[in-house]
Ligand binder design. Sequence first.
Ligand code: HEM
Length: 151
Amino acid sequence: MSLLIALHTLAAVIWVGGMFFAYMALRPAAVHVLESEHRSRLWCHTLSRFLAWVWGCVIVLLATGYGMIGVYFGGMANVGWHVHAMQGIGLVMMLLFLHTFFAPYRRLKLAVSAGDYPEAARRVGQIRRFVGINLILGLVVVAIATGGQYL
Ligand code: HEM
């Protein structure tokens, strides 16, 4: 259990912390410093690295989350409300991530490689909205996962 919960929490920290940094620090700094064309290219290269990590985090969260439920809790019937809430909100976060990866991020890459920077900027705007939603959901999940078990 200690290894599973440690990996689970590390994956949550990498995913949610990465979104916090991107949204709260890198995004406003990039708007301040860079022209639209360079901004789109920066996001394309930044996201190609960060989203690869998010794939890993999603796989680890699912494997360790359901691993703990199956091995240590003996099924969903025996877990607290905080785990049900975590699972529900966590699955919504993963669906939003999949949508972001396969729709606006894929189109951002196509637009950048075609040199279509107005289109790339539109896609960056869409990704920003999805990451903003997922960041709020991620912070809520962490608060519920940690504090919820003591309510
Ligand atoms: C989607 C499927 C998920 C499942 C099935 C799941 C399952 C679990 C389980 C069984 C625990 C142990 C609970 C306990 O000891 O009472 C746990 C803990 C935790 N989960 Fe999840 N989880 C999921 C997604 C997420 C996501 C998306 C995040 C954050 C982004 C997250 C963050 C955490 C944290 C921070 C803990 C540690 C709580 C603590 O012991 O203080 N989980 N999870």
